[in-house]
Design a protein around this ligand. Structure first.
Ligand code: SF4
Length: 297
């Protein structure tokens, strides 16, 4: 594949329209992929991590710029190495050989054409495990269509319900509609969730709601939206792992309280949510953040 698919980039909802072979857009990413780590990772939901770990590939750059980003080193920085499409396909096969339950692309939105091509090559060379698209959900449905038949599992965030919060924390006022449209396209592609007899996910969606301190009402609205729309056809992951990074202002300068998280879990129970994941307390820690040291690249 030539890099011509990056000539007028509209891969995410920023719709920059720039030629990424020569310039960079809002995501700060050139057309050539940059990857900061490829390794087994045990911190995803149980049907993704399993016992061996998820074969996680962390891309550099991001189109969302969340003020509380926990991967700021790669999302805003220049961490990582340039990687060709062929090398990405080799990395997938190496992770499969290492025992990964799946191949998990983290924040791949701005590299969709290259990821799609690399998956095609890897499948031709013997990739058999499921592929996972792990995203902040600021995705354009037309770009996601390039992944049809290539991605088995989608792991989208639903970060905000209100335009005001989306604008304040991610400079993306239209995030609520964008993310809902993106999740609808993901569901169109993969349909209801399917787990194997061992409890590992084969196909479907796990939508994530990261509870932010002081934002319980908004998290409930996001949960209600997802449950009203998809019921138990998708899994919903209710996360309390928010970790304040240095320099955060109130209320983002603290972790989530037990009371806040309990309110969200009680609400999920009241709605009747069956296919949900929760987190233990004490998970708010920077230990979730692996070293972005080019391991496995
Ligand atoms: S991926 Fe999004 S932010 Fe990056 S250049 Fe393309 S449209 Fe702009």
């Amino acid at each position: 594949m030539s890099l011509s698919k990056y000539s007028k980039c509209r891969l995410c909802a920023r719709n920059c329209g720039v030629d990424r072979r020569r310039n960079i857009g809002y995501c700060g990413s050139p057309a050539e992929m940059r990857i900061a780590r490829a390794a087994l990772h045990l911190w995803e939901e149980p049907p993704i991590s399993g016992t061996n770990g998820s074969g996680t590939i962390f891309f550099s750059g991001c189109s969302l710029s969340c003020v509380f980003c926990q991967n700021a080193e790669i999302s805003r920085g220049r961490a990582g190495k340039s990687v060709s499409i062929n090398r990405l396909s080799e990395i997938m096969l190496e992770l499969q050989r290492d025992g990964a339950h799946n191949i998990n692309f983290v924040t791949p939105t701005h590299y969709i054409p290259s990821v799609a091509e690399a998956i095609r090559i890897a499948k031709g060379e013997g990739l058999l495990i499921p592929t996972v698209y792990n995203t902040g959900s600021y995705d354009n449905p037309d770009a996601l269509k390039m992944l049809e038949g290539l991605i088995d599992i989608y792991l989208p965030d639903l970060k905000y319900y209100s335009h005001k919060t989306a604008s304040k924390f991610s400079l993306a006022e239209d995030y609520p509609e964008v993310a809902r449209r993106a999740i609808a396209e993901m569901y169109r592609q993969v349909g209801p969730a399917i787990l194997d007899e061992g409890g590992m996910m084969k196909r479907g969606i796990i939508a994530r709601i990261l509870l932010l301190p002081g934002h319980i009402a908004e998290a409930k609205l996001s949960l209600k939206y997802l449950y009203d729309t998809y019921g138990d056809n998708i899994y919903i992951s209710l996360m309390n792992q928010y970790t304040p990074m240095e320099g955060m202002q109130a209320p983002l300068n603290r972790t989530v309280t037990h009371d806040e998280y309990s309110q969200l879990l009680d609400y999920a129970e009241k709605l009747g949510l069956k296919n949900g994941f929760t987190q233990e307390f004490g998970t708010a820690s920077e230990s979730f953040i692996p070293p972005f040291d080019n391991t496995g690249i």
